[in-house]
Design a protein around this ligand. Sequence first.
Ligand SMILES: NC(=O)C1=CN([C@@H]2O[C@H](COP(=O)(O)OP(=O)(O)OC[C@H]3O[C@@H](n4cnc5c(N)ncnc54)[C@H](OP(=O)(O)O)[C@@H]3O)[C@@H](O)[C@H]2O)C=CC1
Ligand SMILES: O=C(O)[C@@H]1CCC=N1
Length: 289
Amino acid sequence: MYDPQSSKALIEQNVCFYGAGSMAEAIVQGLISRSVILSGQISMLNNSNNDRLKQLEDRYGVRTANDPNKKIEILSKSQIIVLAMKPKDAAEAIRLLSPILSEDQLLVSVIAGLTIETMQSLLGRKQPIARTMPNTSSTIGLGATGISFSKETTEEQQRIVRTMFEAVGTVSIIEEDKIEILTGVSGSGPAYIYYFMEAMIEAGVEGGLTPEQAKELTVQTVLGAARMVAQTGENPADLRAKVTSPNGSTQAAIEVMAKGNVFNTIKAAVFRCAERSKEMGAELEEAIK
Ligand SMILES: NC(=O)C1=CN([C@@H]2O[C@H](COP(=O)(O)OP(=O)(O)OC[C@H]3O[C@@H](n4cnc5c(N)ncnc54)[C@H](OP(=O)(O)O)[C@@H]3O)[C@@H](O)[C@H]2O)C=CC1
Ligand SMILES: O=C(O)[C@@H]1CCC=N1
């Protein structure tokens, strides 16, 4: 987890978020709120939405720019560039970086599907790259990020990237061929839990609770269940057994889920997510041929 001692070097780096949407903001908010990096060291660039840049400046005190020359100046002076645009916009943005970058600048990608090999092809050289897959819970320091490093990265660069993401949650260093399945579990995972919560809240309201009561009860239940797994160290299956009295109400509920094949449906969703990430990567690779 986050160690304030090891974050010292990070504060010395200029970090540019190239793409200033929800994922970039989640990471920036986490980094600034934990004082891992001074807001003056952070720049955020996007494509065209100036109102959004103004909003980010006001919220976090970060530097932004919309003038093309200024953007290039910022990109060329940032030791770390976080690629945080949608996959469809990545090829153009990375190509633009190619003539600007020096060989010691580190790229940190959060883009789903985009492989290190494709990024290096777009750049036309072996730039040091960290391919990551964070999630939006980084906003509140409870993110879960997977990271793979290209072999050009130095130990110091790897340490900085770890520090950056440990500041906003947990980090798993993995081989690049595992990043798709990690996307299926944790990158997209928050959306599955929100979907589950939407259904619980709707059922509560249809059953007669107020929307506020249904929401509060659902939120506390999800929080409590996640904390129980984290704090007791027990398996979810064992904790579930403790809730499920023989022939009781929970058993009746689980039987409905089993009949609807919910367990296997969730597994299939995770695998489909991983497969879609791979497809997105292949589409990008195809587009640059
Ligand atoms: N959201 C999530 O939960 C997660 C997302 N990711 C990855 O993060 C990336 C961003 O997703 P998200 O934040 O949701 O997307 P958003 O749509 O919220 O943000 C995309 C940002 O990229 C900017 N942009 C587009 N084209 C360019 C360009 N050529 N140069 C510079 N900036 C550009 C957009 O600018 P403008 O508004 O001006 O067009 C916008 O600021 C994706 O690749 C996604 O795979 C990874 C993990 C989780
Ligand atoms: O839906 C997506 O493609 C991105 C990747 C992980 C979460 N959101």
